[in-house]
Design a binder for this molecule. Structure first.
Ligand SMILES: [Cu+2]
Length: 134
């Protein structure tokens, strides 16, 4: 009886998955494409990109608007971070945490304009500046 019930549940679940697949599957790519275009045309929701490769932030000096999303992509084969340097001024509180090879982590730029010193706290010779424009 339990077996029959769980088999029926499995069939029902499979049906739900099929329906969801039908609704979301074909439309997902175009939704994503629309989303990308919307981001590109809307300055308020844009994304600034930083790529880490060969133990360097590229660009080393990245500009962002207050509160803007900064997407940090790790192109190296080792884990990195992008973190506000503790004790530096202006005081910024941002930290990607560990960004594993090939991964992208988003952080939000501080609200207050200024040049924020950042580094990778794993490899603290890796330094950069996050410039928040007024
Ligand atoms: Cu690093």
């Amino acid at each position: 009886m339990v077996l029959v019930a769980s088999a029926a549940a499995a069939v029902a679940l499979a049906a739900v998955v099929l329906v969801l697949g039908a609704v979301h599957g074909p439309s997902a790519p175009s939704t994503t494409a629309r989303g990308e275009r919307a981001l590109a045309s809307s300055p308020a929701r844009s994304v600034v990109h930083v790529r880490i490769s060969d133990y360097e932030f590229r660009p080393g000096r990245v500009r962002a608007r207050p509160g803007e999303v900064v997407a940090v992509t790790n192109g190296d084969q080792v884990t990195h971070k992008m973190t506000a340097i503790p004790g530096s001024l202006p005081f910024g509180r941002f930290d990607t945490g560990y960004v594993d090879p090939g991964r992208t982590v988003r952080l939000r730029a501080p609200r207050m304009p200024g040049s924020y010193a950042s580094y990778c706290s794993i490899h603290n010779f890796m330094k950069g500046v996050l410039v928040v424009t007024g």
